[in-house]
Each structure stands twice: as structure tokens, then as C-alpha cells.
Design a protein around this ligand. Structure first.
Ligand code: AMP
Ligand code: MG
Length: 296
């Protein structure tokens, strides 16, 4: 599959898995409600969990949202890139996309094949992670096919960031960080000033559910004990487990590897997976956020 074929399928109202720098997305033309409905159905995603609108260029944003001054500064600095901006929506945005809310989430992804697809389509796509609701997000084309056999996939190789985008809400008096991502809080705050913390219990952000990004295998923090039976290990040095994922010591590389590691261990027929706690420090915020939602 190439971008021209992907754009054609999307134009016909079909779903296509697309590569982005964060994770693979399950894309549907954002102007076709029946296609958007199929995204919810295929993922098993509750209807009140809003979708991100992926744009081919920052200039498209004005057709979808009301853009505050901070929007232009963030977009100029970080787009294309792993940053989603929530702004008041315009009337043409389907309530299916926004979960009935009066705001819309916008992003320009940084992957050449997907940007080409979007520009050929001439319309944005909605593109939640291409996995069943609550599962680990796919960071390789083969992960998508293991979730959804037979789905059309635009293979763009492994996702270099590997964690979902940072989400900043620009609808209130103060910008708020709704979900941490690879862009660190301090990088964002250089543009926004102090970001207020998100209310993690708010259901507006599916990724904010307590248990999300979760393997099927029981997964818990390392507490120093050695489990009986077949067990897995996600850590920085070897531990003598049945299957081990050795993780990089840089937060960025760890983030890029994490979901593939969770999937590998999840497929290894283990009784439990233990996770070594990553170091403290703001650069680990996004990794720690995802690990907390993967462990029991
Ligand atoms: P995902 O597709 O898993 O990256 O998730 C999309 C993220 O964008 C979810 O966490 C959504 O809740 C969030 N999102 C989309 N639209 C809105 C919105 N209008 N307000 C707040 N969050 C949103
Ligand atoms: Mg997801």
C-alpha cells in the first residue's frame, strides 16, 4: 500500500491504519460520519471518548476550531510533531468526533507517508491508536495486523516516538496538560508558561483511565520477590526471568521501545510480568504515566 492507495480507500469511507511518529492510528476521513462510526465499532471504543483530528497542515486547523493566540505559537514550534491541541470546535465538526463536547483535538503528525496521504485526501482523518480499546498501542505494522487481521495498513516502519502525543487543552483561562508525551513539560512551558496539571479522573481523555495500555498478562511493579512459574521482566539489567526485555537508559529510547516490549512479553505465555520502576525526573513523566496504566 502507498499513500495514493491509502488516500483512495479513505475517500471511499474505508478505514486504513496509518503510521505516525507516536503510534499507528486507525484512520477514517474526518468528514464522513459513517466511517467515523466504524472506528468506534472496530476498536470497541465508548462513544463518549473523543478522537483526535489529524491535519495535513497547520493551516487546516482554522476550518475545525477557534484558535486562541497560544495555538499559533505552539503549532509553529511543535508541528508537525507529537503534540495535540484542544480548542473550541467549529459547528462543522461532527459530534461523533468530539464525544458531544464543544471542543476538538487537533494535531499535525510527523510522518512523511501519512502527511502525503492527508495531502492527497485533502481532508483530515480521525486516528485513534489502531488497537482494541484498552489494549497496548501498536508501534509497528505487524502489531496492527495482530489486532485487526486483514485491515489495510500503510506500513511506515517502527514509530520513532512510540508513546501517544502530549495533549494540551487551550479551552480554559490557563493551558492544561491533559496527557504527558515525549515533549517534556518544560519544553512546552517555554511556549505556554506554567501548565496546570490535568485532573486525571476526567473521562475526556481515554488515556487517563486508570487501566489502559494494558497487556493481558498480569503486570506489576517489581517488589524484589522472584515469582514462581514463567515470568517476564522489563528492566534495565538482567534478572533471570523466563523472558526479559532490556530497556534503554534514556527516557526517549525507553518510550520508543516500551509498547513493543509489552507485546513481546504478553505473547510469551507468562504468568506475570514484573516492571522495574524507571528513575525519577521530568523526562520520565510520559513513560511513568503509561507504565502506571499498564500495571495492576
Ligand atoms: P488516542 O487516540 O488514544 O491518542 O486518544 C485521543 C486523545 O485525544 C484522547 O485521549 C482524547 O480524549 C483526547 N481528546 C480528543 N478530543 C478531545 C477533547 N475535545 N477534549 C479533551 N481531550 C480530547
Ligand atoms: Mg489508544
Amino acid at each position: 500500500m502507498n499513500p495514493a492507495q491509502a488516500a483512495e480507500l479513505l475517500r471511499q469511507g474505508q478505514l486504513v491504519a496509518i503510521p505516525t511518529e507516536t503510534v499507528y492510528g486507525l484512520a477514517a476521513d474526518a468528514t464522513q460520519e459513517s466511517a467515523i462510526g466504524q472506528v468506534f465499532a472496530l476498536k470497541g471504543r465508548p462513544a463518549d471518548h473523543p478522537l483526535i483530528v489529524h491535519l495535513g497542515d497547520a493551516s487546516w486547523a482554522a476550518h475545525w476550531g477557534v484558535l486562541p493566540p497560544l495555538f499559533a505559537r505552539l503549532a509553529e514550534r511543535f508541528w508537525p510533531g507529537p503534540l495535540t491541541l484542544v480548542v473550541p470546535r467549529l459547528a462543522r465538526v461532527s459530534p461523533l468526533i468530539t464525544g458531544g463536547q464543544d471542543s476538538v483535538a487537533l494535531r499535525v503528525p510527523r510522518h512523511p507517508l501519512t502527511l502525503e496521504t492527508l495531502r492527497l485526501l485533502g481532508e483530515p482523518v480521525v486516528a485513534p491508536s489502531a488497537n482494541r480499546f484498552g489494549h497496548t498501542s501498536p508501534t509497528r505494522a505487524e502489531h496492527v495486523l495482530s489486532e485487526f487481521p486483514g485491515l489495510a495498513v500503510l506500513d511506515g516502519g517502527p514509530c520513532p516516538v512510540g508513546l501517544e502525543s502530549s495533549i494540551v487543552d487551550l479551552t480554559g483561562p490557563q493551558p492544561r496538560l491533559l496527557r504527558p508525551g515525549q515533549l517534556s513539560r518544560s519544553q512546552l512551558e517555554e511556549v505556554t508558561g506554567p501548565l496546570s496539571a490535568s485532573d486525571v479522573s476526567a473521562p475526556r481523555v481515554p488515556g487517563a483511565l486508570d487501566r489502559h495500555y494494558a497487556p493481558r498478562t498480569l503486570t506489576r511493579w517489581d517488589d524484589g520477590s522472584v515469582p514462581t512459574g514463567r515470568w517476564g521482566w522489563i528492566g534495565f539489567s538482567q534478572r533471570g526471568a523466563t523472558a526479559e526485555a532490556m530497556m534503554p537508559s534514556s527516557a526517549e529510547e525507553y518510550g520508543a521501545r516500551l509498547y513493543a516490549a509489552l507485546r513481546e512479553l504478553d505473547d510469551a505465555g507468562l504468568e506475570v510480568i514484573l516492571v522495574e520502576r524507571p528513575p525519577q525526573g521530568s523526562e520520565w513523566e510520559a513513560v511513568l504515566d503509561r507504565l502506571r496504566r499498564a500495571v495492576i
